[in-house]
Design a protein around this ligand. Structure first.
Ligand code: ZN
Length: 162
């Protein structure tokens, strides 16, 4: 985390200490697990989807502060979101992690605190793990909406229920 701005470090640590999405979801539609072996990050994601929206979202992230904070921010921003908005946020965050700027007028919320991670290439997959797991989970639920998910040679994603 050396090099990350002090304010951003605090935001990340707040999410790491008390992650959003800890509450269990009754009878989820989709259960997916993601693993980033480069760092040892793992997470379990349960989604309750109804009427095209994420009605409930449970995430149990175990790993470094970046991976846990990113999963927590995902839960914070996407509970109640439409599947289209969830996918759009994933794409935007991923493009920022790969070097793009936030779109004009776009409010990234706490995700802004992770922007400094892009200066540390080995940590980018820590930040993206939850979002790649989400994309896979949504593809399991509605393939027509998401389409073919581009595999990552490092990240392992296993579907437990769909
Ligand atoms: Zn990590």
């Amino acid at each position: 985390m050396a090099g990350l701005d002090e304010l951003y470090r605090e935001v990340i640590l707040d999410h790491y200490r008390t992650p959003h999405g800890a509450k269990a979801v009754d009878d989820p539609n989709v259960e997916v697990e993601g693993h980033n072996p480069l760092c040892g990050d793992e997470l379990v994601m349960h989604l309750d989807i109804a009427d095209g929206r994420i009605r409930g979202l449970h995430i149990d992230p175990r790993g470094c502060s970046i991976s846990v904070a990113s999963a927590s921010m995902l839960a914070q921003q996407l509970e109640g979101a439409s599947l289209e908005d969830a996918l759009a946020l994933k794409k935007t965050f991923q493009s920022v992690m790969k070097g793009a700027e936030w779109p004009e007028g776009f409010d990234p919320g706490d995700l802004e605190a992770l922007e400094g991670v892009k200066k540390f290439p080995v940590r980018i997959k820590c930040a993206l793990l939850a979002w790649m797991t989400l994309e896979q989970a949504l593809a399991e639920y509605d393939y027509d909406l998401v389409g073919e998910v581009e595999a990552d040679r490092d990240i392992e994603i296993v579907t437990k229920k769909s």
